[in-house]
Design a protein. Sequence first.
Length: 604
Amino acid sequence: MTGGYDTTCPRPPAAISDYGLLGDTRTAALVAGDGGIDWLCVPRFDGDPLFGRLVGGPDAGTFRVGPARPAAVIERRYRQHTATLETTWAVDSSRLTLTEAMVAEVSGRLLPATMIIRRLSTEDAAVDAVVEFDPRFGVKHRRPRIHHRREALVCQWRSLAVSLGSAPTLTIEPGRPTLITVRPGRPVTLVLAVAHREPLIHVEPESAWELLTEDEDRWRAWSAEIDGSLPFREHVVRSLLTMRLLTYSPSQAPVAAPTTSLPEDPGGIRNWDYRYVWPRDASIGVSAFLSVGKADEARGFLAWLLHASRLERPRLPALLTLHGRRVPAERDVPGWPGYLGSVPVRIGNGAAEQHQLDGYGWVIDAAWAFAQTGHPLYSETWRAVRGFADVVARCWQEPDAGIWEVREPAQHVHSKLMGWLALDRALRIADSHPLPDRQRRRWQEARDAIAAAVRTSGFNPTASSYVRRYGSENLDAALLVLPLLNMDSVDSPRVRGTIDAIRDGLSAGGPLIYRYPPGRDGFPGTEGAFLPCSFWLVQALARTGRRNEAIELFQTMLDYASPLGLYAEELDPATGAHLGNYPQTLTHAALIQAALAIRDAPTS
């Protein structure tokens, strides 16, 4: 023990939902309730970890700022409509508050380095606190070369430089806890700056605090533009802010999640790298942004997609890097213990080589939504969309991996439906954009053929429901999108029967839904309820005239959010624990679309 601080007792792992998100629209940090930044990749979401304790264990580094002894969190929140996180602990008869944020811009320009500002303060009595600064760069947890300078501690690796400044000045040794006393009216401010192949910048802590305030003003102005009459507006705004933080500003590409290998099955192998861009998920997010009037985000994504897909066009890759390149081959990271022993920890994603027909539908639907809001597609964008539609018309009968990325291709009914959507929306765009008659007829014929095949081979009369695969009896929660497509009327018994069958047959209890029968995907182990599916169920109920049911379900789903309003990909129905990579862009986009469906549903 040193001054009451136990240096030998390792911190217990925090629950996934205990983490808060800090972001600067280039990378993101996850902060536990004890003030530990346990995940930060630099210089981008998909870069090497600087602090990787979340899945790399204690040797992977952390940056903790908080009470010197275990203390209860009495309040944790984001400042309203900002990305600034506040955590307050009860320490003896006093309170200690950590206020922190990553700063994205200065006067409208992106900062040349990642900057995290953290301030400890107390208003009551003096409080003992601790600073643990232990950066370990890369998958091998490399320690830095250390330089103590007057203005800051500097840590260097071959391609990376990190500085940590403080006010008042603290003597900090990486890897060793530094005990400090925080007194009323005398806050302690720390500024972490990370430069990757760029000159390392130094910002005085007080100036950095002003940047944080400016950053808050920017986020509040951005949030103020969102329709004030939206139902569940505060939850929608928090989800939009989360999605914007997870959008890589230099390219406008939304990352699926900022983490890798947070498990769907704790202790199992269902651990995947989500630090890339799935055009499908991104398109769902684009539609959400468009629905609240955020056209710039949609325009930026479509420009990125046009650039990113150019090398493989007209084929649409299942996923891409933030800069539109091929995703690295999937590999296991040796020696990493994983979150709660969930191994392997993976980098890269093997789904990048899959054929996923449904992605074309989501992307073309987003382009149609963009055109519907009065933004005609540029000629090159329309040419790319036409190429995507041609692929669907030519290849829709082939088996694919489907939305759930199974490793054995099959005739997935949801994929066929999304192929129908791709052609239908492309034809709608063609009503206001040039298209040769021969190409139009080819799309129309293929669209009608898909509809006929799905109705014949994808529907199970015994279950009164569309099913997962041709000739299968298994259900698929992805089919909850049926009421959104208008292939069948929303009043059709087939549509309503599918919704009811999924709600009953894939129920995980209450509003929770499994995406398909658990264990039916070829991987060992099980998984949790898939959170986007619950919001898709809300959307389906609202679109089919069951607004009151939709509202009740939505309100229950809000109770499953983390204390900070964040969602992972999945949830353990037995314990309520969040599972999978976190926070998940797709879940937050589905939440927004569900709220909008409730808004637009008839009230009678």
